[in-house]
Design a protein. Structure first.
Length: 299
């Protein structure tokens, strides 16, 4: 792993939704969506994560989404392919596929439901590290996976050749500073929470793997560019425009509100797979108001 292979992993990177139509993966809508994201100025793409409904994608669908994303991006922006699973063997398989398909890096979540120990977390990520040769971004999200990777475990993993950084969704801003102290400034720290991404970068982060940038890629990219350039006054102005979106995208389980917003923008249907449901009338009203506040929908 070289500095060249990781230096583009920064800024606003969309945790892409997976569009569906009549129950099937809508490849045409996804291709159009990837190109729209890049045209809007997004800095990177992250397919097949939680926002991409990876738990309900078949292995064949998962691999196809990754392949299309890489094909359409065509090197214009980096692709960090979601390759996580609570089965280590499955995480290895998805990571190997992502590398073969041409992904720039993989995003691997802490195993959910199993509740492994810190030693188990280390062994899981080491197995993925040993199986591939591209950068790995750890994904620490205790709210979904139940387990919280300690700073000490992260530091041990950073000694391995492919562990490059973390997507931190702990919502604890002090963790950014603690991780920076333990791993140094070259350790790539990406926010996993839109609402606190501004503060995250002030602590030493270098970007956000964003849900909201599905809907507002230009604004999210502008916010990231402002913080990375040290212009926090400009970033705060953009944050004020985005904050209602940050809140409304999580009123119901992600990505249902995001898909509704994208449907309002004419980019895809709002179809999700069970056990997720399309959003309620009350949530639709909140999302509509947030889109108007951000200037993305006419009043």
């Amino acid at each position: 792993m070289t500095e060249t292979s990781t230096r583009r992993l920064r800024g606003a990177m969309s945790a892409l939704v997976t569009p569906f139509k009549d129950g099937a993966f809508d490849e045409a809508a996804f291709r159009k969506f990837v190109n729209w994201q890049i045209a809007q100025g997004i800095h990177g793409l992250v397919p097949t994560g939680t926002t991409g409904e990876s738990p309900t994608l078949s292995h064949a669908e998962h691999d196809r989404v990754v392949e299309i994303c890489i094909e359409e991006a065509a090197g214009r922006v980096p692709v960090i392919a979601g390759a996580g699973s609570n089965s280590t063997a499955e995480a290895v398989e998805r990571a190997r596929h992502a590398e073969k398909a041409g992904a720039d890096a993989v995003l691997v979540v802490t195993p959910y439901y199993n509740k492994p120990t810190q030693a188990g977390l280390y062994a899981h990520f080491k197995a993925v590290n040993d199986a591939i040769g591209i950068p790995i971004i750890l994904y620490n999200i205790p709210g979904r996976s139940i387990v919280d990777m300690s700073v000490e475990t992260m530091a041990r993993l950073y000694e391995l050749k492919n562990i490059a950084g973390v997507k931190d969704a702990t919502a604890k801003l002090d963790r950014v500073s603690l991780q920076r102290q333990a791993m140094g400034e070259d350790f790539i720290q990406l926010s996993g929470e839109d609402a606190t991404a501004l503060g995250f970068n002030a602590h030493g982060g270098r970007g956000c793997i964003s849900v909201v940038s599905n809907v507002a890629p230009r604004l999210c990219a502008d916010l990231q560019e402002a913080t990375l350039g040290g212009d926090y006054a400009k970033a705060l102005q953009i944050q004020d425009r985005l904050m209602p979106l940050h809140a409304s995208m999580f009123v119901e389980p992600n990505p249902s509100p995001v898909k509704y917003a994208l449907a309002r923008l004419g980019l895809m249907t709002d179809e999700v797979r069970l056990p997720l449901l399309q959003v309620s009338a009350e949530t639709k009203a909140l999302v509509d108001a947030a889109l108007r506040h951000a200037g993305l929908l006419d009043a």
